[in-house]
Design a protein around this ligand. Structure first.
Ligand code: NAD
Length: 276
C-alpha cells in the first residue's frame, strides 16, 4: 500500500501552529498566509483546528494553494471506522472537505490491540487516503526506527515522519531510517523553541557571515539538508524573517559545522513531557 501523494509536495517551510489559539492565534496565521506561507501544521491536540480553518478562510487564499496537515491523537487509534470518525471531526473543526496530510501524532507503542494501535491506525489511513478521501496522504510523527520497521513489515509506507530536529538534537539515525523507509523528514521544533540552538557557535558564525539571524541559519540548514521545517511564530517580523530564510544559501562547510554540533541526545519520547 503506497502513499499516493509524494511528500515532496510539501513546501519546504510551513507554519507550526502549536499554541496559536484564539483571536491572536488566528491573526498570526492570517498574517503568515498574507506573507506567503502555504503550509500549515496543526493537530487535534493543539485545540486550534477551528482557528486554523477560520484563518484560512479569512485570508482569502485559495484552498488548493495551501497544504494543511493535522495529526490524530491516540483516541483515534483503532479500526477504520474509529479513525475515519476522528478524522472527520478534524475536518468539521477545520471547515474543510479534506486535509492534505494526516499524521499519527505519537506512536504510543504500549497500546494494546483492544485500545487501538498505530499499526491498525496506519492500515486504516492507508485504506482511506487519496483523491476522494478525507486526506490526500498520511504519515507519522515521533516514530523511531523500530516503529517504521513495524509499518514496513505490514506493507505500510508513510509519506512523512515529523520528528524533532534542531542543531543540538538531530536524531540522525531516525532521519536515516525515515528516508530508508521512503518517507520525507519534517522537522518539528526546528528552532529548538527559540532556545539553545540559537547560541550554537556554528549557527552564530554562519549568521554573522551572511548578515542573517540564527533562526534563518537553522531554517536554511534544514532546507539544504532536505528537511521540511515548520517554525512557529506570531510576530510579523519573525514570520517574515523565517520566510526570508528561503533566500539564504549556506556553504557546504557551514552546513557541516551545524551537523557537527549534534549532541546525539535522543528526542523526548513522551508527549506529556514534550508539552505536545
Ligand atoms: P519552534 O522550534 O518553532 O520555536 C518556536 C519559538 O521560537 C517561539 O517562541 C517563537 O516566538 C520563536 N521564534 C520563531 N521565529 C523566531 C525568530 N525568527 N527569531 C527568534 N525567535 C523566533 O517551536 P514549536 O512551535 O514548539 O515547534 C514548531 C511546530 O512544530 C509547532 O508549532 C508544531 O506545529 C510542530 N510540533 C510538532 C510536534 C509533534 O509532536 N509532532 C511537537 C512539537 C512541535
Amino acid at each position: 500500500m503506497e502513499n499516493s501523494v509524494p511528500a515532496t509536495a510539501l513546501p519546504a517551510l510551513g507554519l507550526g501552529t502549536y499554541k496559536l489559539t484564539g483571536p491572536e492565534g488566528q491573526a498570526a496565521i492570517e498574517r503568515a498566509l498574507a506573507l506567503g506561507y502555504r503550509h500549515l501544521d496543526t493537530a487535534q491536540a493543539y485545540g486550534n483546528e477551528a482557528v486554523v480553518g477560520a484563518a484560512l478562510r479569512a485570508a482569502g487564499v485559495p484552498r488548493e494553494a495551501v497544504q494543511v496537515t493535522t495529526k490524530l491523537t491516540a483516541d483515534a487509534f483503532g479500526p477504520a471506522d474509529r479513525v475515519r470518525a476522528s478524522l472527520e471531526g478534524s475536518l468539521e473543526r477545520l471547515g474543510l472537505d479534506r486535509v492534505d496530510l494526516v499524521l499519527i501524532h505519537w506512536p504510543n507503542p504500549w497500546r494494546t490491540a483492544q485500545e487501538g494501535t498505530f499499526r491498525q491506525t496506519a492500515a486504516a489511513l492507508a485504506g482511506m487516503v487519496g483523491d476522494d478521501g478525507p486526506a490526500a496522504s498520511w504519515g507519522v510523527s515521533n516514530f523511531l526506527s523500530e516503529h517504521l520497521e513495524t509499518l514496513a513489515a505490514d506493507g505500510l509506507q508513510a509519506a512523512v515522519n515529523q520528528i524533532q530536529v534542531d542543531a543540538l538534537v538531530q536524531q540522525r539515525s531516525v532521519q536515516e531510517a525515515t528516508r530508508a523507509h521512503g518517507a520525507a523528514v519534517v522537522a518539528h521544533t526546528p528552532l529548538g523553541r527559540g532556545g539553545k540552538p540559537f547560541e550554537v557557535p556554528a549557527v552564530t558564525a554562519a549568521a554573522a557571515a551572511h548578515g542573517a539571524t540564527p533562526a534563518q541559519v537553522l531554517l536554511a540548514w534544514h532546507r539544504q539538508s532536505g528537511r521540511v521545517a515548520i517554525p512557529r511564530s506570531s510576530s510579523a517580523a519573525h514570520l517574515a524573517e523565517n520566510l526570508a530564510s528561503l533566500e539564504l544559501e549556506l556553504t557546504a562547510d557551514e552546513l557541516a559545522a551545524v551537523d557537527a554540533a549534534d549532541s546525539g541526545r535522543p528526542a523526548r519520547q513522551d508527549p506529556l513531557e514534550f508539552g505536545i
